[in-house]
Design a protein. Structure first.
Length: 224
């Protein structure tokens, strides 16, 4: 109980009521929960989220998994449960809440490029994967969103070095974020941002046009 990790939310409220502590035990419980959730996030990611919420454009490339902003709840749950499972319900809920950035009154411009292997990697089973691919098709129909697939037939391309996101802003310089083996990196140096932009242009050169990308997604769905 002293550590704050063996007290439920209701118990924290009960202790505050009994000892008349004005929310002290609840604040300790909330702090402990926040620390646990923060601990399982990749370093650099909490800082990235602050920028993600105010970005006006997103350039997202994923080479291994569907990017978090475009994951279904079951797809997310399958990934997080396999990695750790700590605070699973809260982490899933937090990821789903992130999607609100794409539903603002003035929707940001979003370009999403996925390697074909992302589509063909069955996460959580065929049903969960079909649901995820269906959601990607829905995403591709949004006015401000362009979704493209780099086919495996492209062979080696500039994106195979790893997934990354470039954020654009109205009156601020671009930022980039990348992850590898559970480590996150927020990139702010102009020279390194330029490198990501070049890499983005190069890999998009291998991507299928939007209509053909939709056909490929449907083809993979039918094979599940």
């Amino acid at each position: 109980m002293e550590s704050g990790r063996k007290v439920s939310e209701q118990s924290a409220h009960d202790l505050d009521t009994y000892f008349e502590t004005g929310g002290h035990f609840y604040r300790l419980w909330k702090l402990a929960k926040d620390i646990e959730v923060h601990f399982v996030l990749p370093p650099g990611f909490p800082e990235y989220l602050q920028y993600e919420r105010k970005a006006t454009s997103y350039r997202i490339f994923s080479v291994l998994l569907v990017s978090g902003l475009f994951q279904t709840e079951d797809y997310t749950r399958s990934i997080l449960a396999a990695n750790d499972g700590t605070n699973l319900a809260e982490l899933v809920a937090n990821r789903m809440e992130r999607k609100a950035v794409l539903e603002r009154a003035i929707a940001p411009h979003t370009w999403v490029v996925l390697d074909e292997t992302v589509l063909r990697r069955t996460v959580g089973g065929p049903e969960i994967m079909r649901e995820q691919l269906t959601y990607l098709l829905e995403v591709s129909e949004r006015v401000n969103t362009m979704l493209q697939i780099v086919p495996m037939s492209a062979g080696y391309h500039a994106g195979l070095g790893g997934s990354f996101t470039i954020l654009g802003f109205e009156d601020e310089p671009d930022l980039a974020y990348t992850e590898s083996a559970g480590e996150g990196l927020l990139i702010e140096r102009p020279a390194r941002i330029r490198d990501k932009l070049v890499r983005w242009d190069l890999l998009r050169g291998y991507a299928l046009p939007v209509p053909e990308s939709r056909v490929l997604i449907k083809t993979v769905m039918e094979s599940l």
